[in-house]
Unconditional design. Structure first.
Length: 639
């Protein structure tokens, strides 16, 4: 169980990882490392030099509860510079430090959720992120307040601070036809515009209800969307490895038996956060006045200290520097938002443990020709408040690891599915539109334990299919000849279909040696795919959906040996995207022993779907085994 095990020895692993990657030869470690998350080109649909507007320059040392807060004036960039990128440039001096979560808000609107790289004693580490924030161009048009949060600790053990520069880069568009359609109004669903914007969702607050923000939409709202930002931490950092409650407690007792943890640690697991409990399934819900209006089954993030730091040097996990966000089309639920009174918008993590950091931005498109409030009628609705996972337990696997048949040598299989359906009529000055939302969610998770729980293998898959259809019935028009009947309304239908797949697999093996030494062997693979298709004819959605495919995959293996004060790792990461408007791009990056050995990219397009041509539905463990063999052949620390 990586969650509980990791919580008990994360400090020692961090200290060992700071010793730097052990080299396969006698070469010295570099003085500088650039960490990279393999993704698409840093900029798209831009021309010429940017108009650069600095927002924040700050060093985060002892920064818990002390985010950087700055005010800024309107950027001095012409309106023709309508493509906007947020630039995050960060570095961390040589030393010892954990990975840290961070975010950027402007006027209470979150623009970026990110995390940090971990340094080593031998060299400093630097990295950068660029993110298209053109959708939010009006948020910083007149100036305001920017908040950058990066909670860090500097003391005799954890010695490194983080230096961060945040800026906006305004470009002229290469093709104005594919520009982002900005909403008429943006309302942040965040906790503050002057400090931390995220809500901390955790079980201890369950009785008081989830954190919320009161919002009131304009009465002429025509379409409504939510961009959701989230990340999972502490007890839920590795929630996909969490077994049932009873196994978690037995596992903590086993750690004490083997001398890996103390009885005090076991008591902490039992009496406080109960890390590693509640199984492997999580659902994030969006609520309006305690009614569910949106559901997200999230992509599991792995930060740069996750599982083993040597997995992520210098290639970091998918989403570690630029966490994926989720666009929810809430137009079918518009009737639950509109009204004379403000509504309470909240976020809940079902089956979640402490803690999740969540907020979002409501994107509002208004009816410019409205002479009366938007009229909304819910036609059909099928949405369960909760879904309950099905779980199968195979206890006491004979011959597992050391051959014992204790309850710790067990296997768990979890499966859960849900469907959502919403059909709503929305009438504005342009006529009547019927919005239909159909979603299907599917999740499976398998965990196997051996060697009294010290060896774990896990595999998980999340699959989501979403289809939103708008059928517009424009207002009837008078005939040119008064003697003729009026022309009938024109019917147009546009559908947007999106498919998302998040498979992952991995294993963690922990071996005790003499005098408190240990060896940790970790293997991990995951992928992220999101495909969007647009069909039909007509004006469609004002949000401006475009056909697009994106696929990221990663395979990594690492060995950490406390006897030698360090470890080795091997990582391969690929990215591919395809769009009729933005073209194609693919990149492959490979690192061994902390050095990049392959970095290839191309803009050539494939004849087949970039997603269907790859095995995204299940990750084979053959890749994991081959990575482990490579480490052993090239001088890893396990003989």
């Amino acid at each position: 169980m990586a969650a509980t095990l990791g919580r008990l020895w994360d400090a020692s692993v961090t200290l060992l990882a700071a010793q730097s990657q052990l080299q396969s030869n006698a070469s010295t470690a570099p003085a500088f490392e650039r960490a990279v998350e393999v993704g698409g080109p840093p900029y798209a649909n831009v021309r010429g030099a940017p108009c650069v507007f600095p927002l924040v320059t700050h060093e985060f040392a002892n920064s818990y509860w002390h985010p950087a807060v700055e005010t800024f004036n309107a950027p001095p960039c012409d309106d023709e510079y309508s493509v906007v990128y947020l630039k995050w440039a960060a570095s961390c001096d040589a030393g010892v430090q954990f990975d840290r979560i961070a975010a950027v808000w402007v006027n209470g609107v979150e623009l970026l959720r990110t995390s940090t790289a971990e340094p080593s004693r031998a060299f400093r580490v630097a990295w950068s992120v660029t993110k298209d924030v053109s959708l939010y161009g009006d948020v910083f048009k007149t100036g305001g307040t920017v908040v950058v949060a990066l909670d860090n600790i500097v003391n005799p053990m954890y010695t490194s601070s983080f230096k961060v520069d945040v800026s906006l880069e305004f470009f002229r568009p290469l093709d104005s036809k594919v520009e982002t359609k900005r909403p008429d109004q943006i309302l942040p669903v965040s906790s503050s515009s002057k400090s931390y914007g995220w809500f901390s969702e955790k079980p201890s607050a369950a009785q008081a209800g989830p954190p919320h923000r009161m919002v009131q939409l304009p009465e002429n709202t025509e379409e409504l969307y939510l961009e959701l930002f989230l990340s999972h931490h502490q007890c839920d950092e590795f929630y996909y490895t969490n077994p049932p409650d009873n196994f978690a407690m037995a596992f903590a007792e086993s750690l004490a038996k083997h001398g890996i943890s103390s009885r005090e640690d076991v008591g902490e697991v039992r009496n406080s956060a109960k890390c590693g409990a509640d199984g492997a399934f999580r659902e994030v819900q969006v609520l309006v006045d305690d009614t569910v209006v949106g559901v997200v089954w999230p992509f599991p993030l792995v930060f740069t200290g996750g599982l083993s730091p040597y997995l992520w040097k210098p290639i970091v996990g998918i989403g570690a520097f630029n966490a994926p966000t989720y666009i929810l089309n809430l137009t079918p639920f518009l009737g639950k938002f509109l009204g004379a009174e403000p509504r309470a918008v909240a976020f809940r993590v079902v089956y979640g443990e402490a803690f999740w950091l969540i907020d979002g931005n409501l994107l509002i498109y208004q009816d410019a020709g409205a002479v009366r409030p938007t009229r909304v009628e819910i036609l059909q609705e099928r949405l369960d408040r909760y879904v309950e996972p099905a779980m199968v337990t195979l206890p006491a696997m004979a011959g597992a690891g050391n051959g014992s048949t204790t309850d710790l040598n067990s296997a768990f299989w979890t499966s859960v599915a849900r469907d959502l359906y919403m059909k709503t009529s929305v009438t504005t000055s342009t006529g009547r539109k019927v919005y239909t939302l159909q979603q299907h969610f599917d999740f499976t998770n398998t965990q196997m334990y051996s060697s009294d729980g010290l060896d774990q293998w896990f595999e998980s898959r999340t699959h989501v299919e979403t289809k939103v259809t708008v059928t517009s019935l424009s207002a009837a028009h008078p005939a040119e000849d008064p003697s003729q009947p009026a022309r009938p309304p024109k019917v147009q239908t546009v559908s947007v279909s999106q498919t998302e797949d998040y498979p992952l697999a991995g294993s963690v093996s922990y071996r005790l040696g003499r005098n408190g030494s240990f060896v940790l062997v970790t293997q991990f693979a995951n992928s992220f795919s999101r495909s969007t298709a647009v069909e039909g004819y007509g004006a469609g959605f004002r949000f401006g959906y475009r056909p697009h495919e994106v696929y990221s995959a990663l395979t990594a293996s690492a060995v950490l040996d406390s006897r030698h004060g360090g470890g080795n790792g091997s990582t391969r990461s690929t990215f591919a995207s395809a769009s009729p408007t933005e073209g194609c791009f693919s990149r492959e990056v490979v690192a061994e022993f902390g050095h990049l050995v392959i970095d290839n990219s191309t803009t050539e397009c494939q004849t087949k779907s970039i997603i269907k041509s790859r095995p995204t539905r299940r990750i084979s463990t053959d890749q994991l085994k081959s990575s482990a063999r490579l480490l052993r052949q090239q001088g890893s620390l396990v003989g």
